[in-house]
Write a protein that binds this ligand. Structure first.
Ligand code: LMR
Length: 328
């Protein structure tokens, strides 16, 4: 190296070192949803903040709609260094930690405020760390919202779901939840859901209002039951290798930008849970069913026993903290 530098003029050395300094850190953020969703908006906000504050130091590229990786591959891609940031649903971490399955338990949280309280509790924050032994770093939670049930027939009570095939995310809790009402769960990637519904290869699915709207599931599902039966939230995640390898000042700025972007995305999530539901009703392409209290009680009675199968896996203390989060 000395020999090479010796042959260069000081001006050339300066140019060389400036060129080295000038090469920005590339940060690819891959996700599966549309850009006009809470997560899509959060990702775009994060890029805008980084472009403004870390210009020339960090270059963010956003890949929405699963165009780079689906959620079944993205965590592996993070560990291989093919992407640097992702935000899969909490239902998709089974290979990395079983504890996050707590978030899939049906009828666990009464509303999004309860989910937020649990996520910010010491138990919720400790759950972020459960992916660390696999080389991942959980940078925080992000909301989407409560899931609804859509189907080819009206679902008022659990017996209506009997014998139907439902697409689920890759979660054993969700599989048990549908088995508990006599339905058949099928683990399928998000990118395939529309076609599976359109071709009637499956009868139904569960998702949030913003996902049902942005991916047009309501156009191929004649009925949506406003069930709020489960949570669909995310973990923003990176790899320890990438994150710990960043210069301290850059890491601090990125975390700050991310926290701001998540706060923005959470606001979008709260708004969209209402406005996307209304837009779907207004479209008249589907019928939205509101459950009577006694009908809802039947779904709770049918699905809640699933908790028993998972309480040891997710930890009784965590479960207690999650239940307690329903109290203000
Ligand atoms: C799904 O697969 O249904 C969701 O996880 C998609 C998402 O990221 O919101």
């Amino acid at each position: 190296m000395k020999k090479i530098l010796f042959g260069l003029t000081s001006a050339a050395i300066l140019t060389l070192s400036l060129a080295v300094q000038a090469s920005p850190i590339k940060l690819k953020f891959s996700h599966v949803v549309a850009e006009n969703t809470p997560k899509g908006q959060m990702a775009n906000k994060f890029k805008a903040l980084v472009d403004e504050r870390l210009k020339g130091k960090v270059e963010v590229e956003i890949y929405p709609n699963g165009q780079l990786f689906g959620d079944n591959k993205v965590l592996e891609a993070l560990l291989l260094g093919d992407v640097q940031l992702a935000s899969p649903s909490l239902s998709k971490f089974k290979k990395y930690t079983k504890k996050l399955q707590i978030f899939d338990l049906p009828f666990l949280f009464n509303d999004m405020a309860a989910a937020e309280r649990f996520q910010q509790s010491p138990e919720g924050q400790a759950l972020l760390k459960t992916v660390e032994k696999k080389g991942l770093i959980g940078l925080g939670y992000m909301h989407n919202g409560m899931k609804q049930l859509s189907a080819s027939k009206p679902l008022h009570v659990p017996a209506d779901a009997k014998g139907l095939k439902f697409r689920i995310m890759s979660s054993d809790v969700l599989a048990k939840q549908f088995e508990a009402v006599g339905a058949t769960p099928l683990k399928k990637p998000y990118s395939e859901v529309f076609t599976l519904l359109q071709t009637k290869a499956i009868d139904g699915q569960e998702n949030t209002w913003s996902n049902i709207r942005s991916k047009k599931f309501y156009e191929v599902q004649p009925y949506i039951t406003s069930s709020d039966h489960g949570l669909l939230d995310y973990m923003v995640v990176t790899s320890a290798e990438f994150w710990n390898g960043l210069p301290d000042d850059v890491r601090t700025e990125l975390k700050k930008a991310l926290d701001e972007a998540v706060a923005f995305g959470n606001k979008v999530a709260a708004e969209k849970a209402m406005s996307d539901k209304q837009a779907i009703i207004d479209s008249k392409r589907t019928t939205v069913i509101e459950l009577k209290p006694e009908e809802r009680a039947k779904w709770v009675a049918a699905m809640k026993p699933v908790w028993d199968d998972f309480k040891d896996i997710v930890g009784e203390d965590n479960l207690k903290a999650a239940i307690d989060a329903n109290k203000e």
